[in-house]
Design a protein around this ligand. Structure first.
Ligand SMILES: [Zn+2]
Ligand SMILES: [Zn+2]
Length: 276
């Protein structure tokens, strides 16, 4: 059956909030969070071409984007930022301390002629873009000033938390009451330990400023995720130290009797588009 397009649903008055994870892995991250009036791209880790193709496939014209929000400066989150921002000339929301790491002196961006429209926020602050209320929260990760986001519009809450070494209580708090949650489930600890990565890199990934293991994601699902979360997307899977089947198995067990829809974001593919 053909999926109803954004506009068809909009005409029927059924659509409030739309989410599509265009990509979630160490080779590129980008997520669309949109209402009827406001369309946000969270991270721009794919090329402009790939991003635009995936947006179109999700029923959103790239030219209709309102703004880009950046979680942190790692290349899997900003590789396409310059070309996308230059083409669309829309604001980039970035934390005050992340901005110099992307746009400051000595960065690739500083050598470009296009001056971005920066909207800087303090990590931990809330702001509004169009009709979407955005909350930023600090995440433990080895970047300048990394953040996760939650979005609220039309009574719907969407949370995004990837690239975090562990789950501090503050993040558990911020992820409460999400209708849709994109959470990192980066690696299987055993695969990482016996795998071919150099020891220093293994230490980095396992460390408190690294990435979230399947075990930690599952303990969050068991202990903290509330019944309001109707869609859980597990993402940022390592291509080397994880497998979608393992992630699904562990998460199904952790979910137990919860009726949450579980989606495991395949490293190279966008998810379906979710409507609320
Ligand atoms: Zn990342
Ligand atoms: Zn990162």
């Amino acid at each position: 059956m053909k999926e109803a397009s954004f506009n068809e649903l909009e005409d029927e008055g059924a659509l409030l909030v739309k989410v599509s994870v265009l990509a979630s892995s160490s080779s590129g991250n980008s997520t669309l969070v949109a209402t009827e009036r406001t369309r946000l791209l969270v991270d721009a880790g794919l090329s402009r071409k790939e991003t635009f193709e995936r947006l179109n496939a999700a029923g959103t014209a790239p030219e209709s984007l309102t703004a880009i929000l950046v979680t942190h400066e790692h290349s899997d989150h900003i590789a396409g930022l310059h070309t996308i921002a230059k083409k669309l000339d829309i604001p980039i929301y970035v934390s005050r301390l992340t901005a110099p790491a992307i746009f400051g002196e000595g960065t690739q961006w500083a050598e470009q002629s296009y001056a971005p429209k920066l909207e800087m926020f303090a990590a931990g602050s809330c702001f509004t873009v169009g009709d979407i209320d955005v909350t930023s929260f600090t995440i433990p990760h080895d970047a300048a000033d990394p953040v996760g986001f939650s979005f609220q519009a039309e009574g719907i809450k969407v949370g995004i938390a990837t690239d975090l070494g562990y789950m501090p209580d503050s993040i558990r708090f911020h992820l409460r009451g999400c209708d849709l949650l994109l959470l990192e489930s980066n690696h299987d600890l055993n695969m990482l330990k016996v795998g071919s990565y150099p020891w220093a890199l293994k230490q980095r990934i396992m460390g408190r400023n690294g990435h979230l293991s399947n075990d930690v994601a599952c303990s969050f699902i068991r202990e903290d995720m509330d019944s309001r979360t109707s869609t859980l997307i597990l993402g940022h899977l390592s291509a080397h130290n994880n497998h979608p089947v393992l992630v699904r198995q562990a998460a199904v067990e952790a979910l137990g009797a919860k009726s949450t829809k579980l989606v495991v974001a395949e490293p190279a593919q966008p998810t379906e588009t979710f409507h609320y």
